[in-house]
Ligand binder design. Sequence first.
Ligand code: PBG
Length: 336
Amino acid sequence: MSESEARLNLTYRPRRLRRTDAIRRLVRETVVRPSNLIHPLFVIDGNGEPEPIASMPGQSRLTIKGLIDECLALRDLGIPGVAIFPKLDSSLKTAEGGGALNPDTLVLRAVRSVKAAVPELAIITDVALDPYTNHGHDGVLTADGQDVANDETVAILCEMAKLNAEAGADFVAPSDMMDGRIGAIRVALDEAGLTDTAIMAYSAKFNSAYYGPFRDAVGSAQAAGTNLLGKQTYQCDPANRRAAIIETELDEAEGADVLMVKPAGAYLDIIRELRQRTSLPVAAYQVSGEYSQIHAAAQLGWLDYKRTRDESLLGIKRAGADMILTYFAKEIAAGK
Ligand code: PBG
């Protein structure tokens, strides 16, 4: 059959717009820009060398000095924000997580130092007790040790948020999933005159297996399921879309400035729905396990590293995320 004999009588031929690179670029709908990205960073005490995190290839725990150098590099690459997570020595962890309220605790020193050295960068700090508790939970336990105590935890988180804000955090990011914490933190910040500190709420935070490598990084793995209690009484059930949307609505009503979905890749439907429901900025956290699984598959030669990485971020952006927390931020901004 000749070409003209085979010709279909089609009005629409979508392939016309995929014919050349120039045309493909002209019609491209989604672009991931450095200014959309936030780099999560891990900080440790001391003056030693960076500690590579085995389960997160390319990521290390940095001393405060190393953190400052990394923040300068990220700023120069056009990354607007960093999320700073402390890894405390296990001797500093207790059942009550009181270290979180130590006015000189590691993360506060780190925030002050980064703010002074790189004032252009937006700093985000986690508000949750898991780096400070020896059981790895995000709050204090109930008397019988069988659950995390909501209201007692919220009272501590309010104090923690104030300390973070006073140290220079631009956003405090409650990642604990206690009920009512956004409203309580907003009031606490405002009463302390910290009205300019924004709240990035981990709103739809799911009880996810993808946090595994992060828990190695900050040493909070105990709560991940090795003890009697996982995080399923406070983090959202991965099966529940409507319950997650309720969390986002509550956080918005309580005064959140940015709503976050976490993890990102397995929850693109939630990102999409949230983008359509709210006028607030939507953040998505591409978490440690999402990062590490791409590295692992690429190391095995089963996936193309860069194409998979880029596709994972495009999917998150296309779903509707305005900003993405990702461990890939630096290399993406560097065009690698
Ligand atoms: C802790 C917190 C977690 C992450 C960010 N903040 C882990 C958890 O809830 O156990 C995970 C981030 C990642 O996996 O990259 N509140």
